[in-house]
Design a protein around this ligand. Structure first.
Ligand SMILES: C[S@@+](CC[C@H](N)C(=O)[O-])C[C@H]1O[C@@H](n2cnc3c(N)ncnc32)[C@H](O)[C@@H]1O
Length: 203
């Protein structure tokens, strides 16, 4: 089993987490645009939480298909920030989610709404048996503390970048995230994030 990323720090983190797998798994610095691996080398290729954050997702999918053997499968976890819904409180989270990801994507050459497009991309790349399933992250299925920790990491990690690339100031961004965090910390509060998992078979 092989895991790849382009940041050595992330690869080192993965290695420390998966020591139990011993020699069965290795982690290497390789780019998903050009893996530098032979064609048809893998039975199953998985790409998690990447294609929304980098340009040209269709090139990534073509490279994943290239390295997967005929009859093998591809799973892509593709985020889509239009699939996040929170009840309104002091602020209406839709006011941020409808505009923020589109503006950020346009400014950075990324597509933060790519999740809904992967089914069509897979079909046009001739993959077979294409399916779409969802990981549902909500307080009914996921511990509130886990959901909160994801939203805190986004709040703390993206405030400056969002302010740089969209009309939302750092303070407005933080206010929207603190508003959603108040919902998640309230035992009666509800929000949901649907994360598509698109799967297909290589002809
Ligand atoms: C949100 S993280 C997801 C990390 C990991 N795949 C997971 O599921 O936990 C996105 C990752 O994509 C990596 N990345 C960005 N561009 C890449 C590329 N061209 N090839 C491989 N990985 C890349 C980043 O370094 C970052 O670790």
């Amino acid at each position: 089993m092989l895991g790849v990323d382009v940041l050595d720090k992330h690869l080192e983190f993965a290695r420390t987490r998966f020591t139990d797998f011993g020699e069965r798994v290795r982690f290497e610095n390789r780019s998903v645009y050009d893996l530098g691996l032979p064609g048809g080398a893998f039975d199953l290729t998985v790409c998690r939480h990447v294609i929304h954050s980098i340009p040209y997702p269709e090139r990534v999918l073509a490279e994943l298909i290239r390295v997967t053997r005929s009859g093998g499968r591809i799973h892509v976890i593709a985020e889509d920030y239009g699939m996040i819904h929170f009840e309104p409180r002091a602020l209406d989270p839709d006011a941020f989610w409808r505009e923020g990801p589109r503006a950020f994507g346009e400014a950075t050459g990324t597509d933060l709404l790519v999740g809904r497009k992967v089914y069509g991309l897979f079909r046009r790349l001739d993959l077979l048996d294409v399916t779409v399933d969802y990981v549902v992250i909500d307080p009914v299925r996921v511990p509130r503390a886990t959901f909160v920790s994801i939203w805190e990491a986004w709040r703390d990690g993206y405030a400056r970048a969002v302010a740089e690339h969209t009309r939302f100031s750092e303070q407005e961004f933080l206010a929207h995230f603190d508003n959603m965090l108040a919902t998640l910390r309230d035992p009666d509060g509800y929000g949901v994030w649907f994360v598509p998992i698109v799967s297909g078979r290589v002809p």
